[in-house]
Ligand binder design. Structure first.
Ligand code: SIN
Length: 329
């Protein structure tokens, strides 16, 4: 690994992203980590940078990692294909983006299945949760761990206190059938869209609202183009920290073991600090003038009730056993 490249030479966004990376020496295995989030306080940004720092110091001379945030290398629509093609080696997409590869990860999208992030972490540490890391091995994807991001909250261009307030509105969702069904259950219209397009779509009125974590709502400035955010905590956002089997097979056994050990450590660390990052970004939204609405217990009960039918709808494709394990975590 050589010294940092100067930012002055950066000509394109992708080069600008790479300019924050150390230049790799010839002979080092170059590992590209691509993701779609931004800012400095976002839990995925922090985890990805931590992973790169660890690899670049502990495996210096043998492996060199470059991080490309903000969809600068690949966005939502291309990153999984790019991993299979070997154009990128590490990703951490939202668990909601794997519907064309496996239906089982849909369990993470079921509304109100996790009381909070601690329950989600308990589930991911259970035998069923760990098994889901192998749910796409047949495709060539290898799950390295789950990086938590936070609970999700609805925002819109009008106040949302109860689900009927959302009736008739258009909400951006990730490419998840469960999320689409959840929005439909509110009498609203789901619009699947890449993460990089959400701010523009909210600003121009292509959609009326969206659902996301405090960290995404703050770092992507969604709160600036919305009436407010309602603290629904209706769903989890977490990431499938992943690589490809082809990449792992290309490493010699020692390097592979060291790479996997660092990945494991970084995952533990990421999940220890995620709540603090989320709280920081909630406070950042308020400091920047955003509006956050909290629900009364009665209002929350209305959201839970409206979304109840969604679980039954996906029971067959997710598996009743998987749903039971997640709900009981
Ligand atoms: C992410 O946090 O990686 C993106 C989430 C989204 O697409 O809403």
């Amino acid at each position: 690994m050589k010294k940092l490249i100067g930012a002055a030479g950066a000509l394109t966004l992708a080069v600008a992203a790479a300019s924050a990376n150390a230049a790799c020496d010839s002979g080092e295995v170059v590992v590209k980590l691509s993701h779609v989030t931004g800012g400095t306080t976002h839990p995925k940004v922090v985890a990805a940078n931590n992973f790169a720092e660890r690899v670049n110091s502990e495996l210096n001379g043998r492996m060199c990692m470059e991080v490309y945030p903000n969809s600068t290398l690949f966005g939502d629509s291309k990153e999984l294909e790019a991993l299979l093609l070997g154009d990128v080696q590490v990703l951490a997409p939202s668990l909601s983006k794997f519907g064309s590869y496996t239906k089982r990860l849909g369990v993470f999208d079921l509304p109100f299945i996790f009381e909070d992030m601690d329950a989600a972490i308990r589930f991911t540490n259970s035998a069923t949760g760990k098994d889901l890391l192998n749910s796409m091995n047949d495709v060539g994807f290898v799950g390295l761990g789950y990086w938590m991001s936070g609970m999700k909250y609805f925002s819109a261009n009008k106040p949302l206190n109860v689900p009927t307030d959302a009736a008739g509105l258009k909400f951006r969702v990730q490419t998840s059938d469960v999320a689409k069904a959840m929005i439909a259950a509110m009498g609203a219209s789901p619009q699947p869209m890449a993460f990089s397009e959400v701010y523009g779509a909210l600003q121009t009125g292509v959609v009326d609202g969206q659902e996301n974590t405090w960290s995404n709502i703050y770092t992507k400035k969604f709160f600036e183009v919305q009436d407010g955010v309602t603290q629904t905590s209706h769903q989890l956002l977490a990431y499938f920290f992943m690589t490809s089997q082809d990449f792992l097979d290309s490493l010699d056994a020692d390097l592979r073991a060291e790479f996997l050990a660092i990945a494991d450590d970084v995952t533990q660390q990421a999940n220890l600090v995620v709540k603090e990052k989320e709280e920081t970004n909630r406070a950042n939204i308020l400091k920047a003038g955003g509006t956050i609405r909290e629900l009364t217990p009665e209002q929350r009960a209305e959201w839970v009730e409206a979304m109840k039918p969604v679980w039954k709808q996906f029971e067959d494709e997710i598996g009743a056993d998987v749903i039971k394990a997640a709900a009981g975590a």
